[in-house]
Design a protein around this ligand. Structure first.
Ligand SMILES: [Zn+2]
Ligand SMILES: [Zn+2]
Length: 97
């Protein structure tokens, strides 16, 4: 079985990487997305906090002028934990609501 996040098509800009997670632009949404290195949908709280803290650091730079939110509803890949940083005024970059 293949998983897009495990394959981690490394085509997009990498913001951050360590031995627990990586952060890159989501290929679909084109917003920063943190991905856990483990193929599992439910990280323990301390891991989730690690992921979110690094996503916050990236998104606070990318979206310095707006209030963004963490979106970890996993619509397309429900079995591998990841979270998007969503700015308030668009769902996908360039697609205003
Ligand atoms: Zn996976
Ligand atoms: Zn996405």
């Amino acid at each position: 079985m293949t998983c897009d996040l495990c394959d981690a098509a490394r085509l997009t800009k990498r913001y951050y990487e360590d031995d627990v997670c990586w952060i890159a632009d989501c290929e679909i949404c084109l917003v920063p997305m943190v991905v856990w290195d483990v193929h599992d949908p439910s990280p323990p709280p301390e891991v989730k906090e690690h992921l979110w803290s690094h996503l916050r650091a990236v998104a606070d730079v990318e979206f310095a002028d707006v209030t963004w939110t963490i979106d970890d509803h996993m619509r397309n890949i429900p079995d591998h934990y990841h979270a998007h940083a969503r700015p308030p005024y668009f769902w996908r970059r360039g697609e205003r609501l």
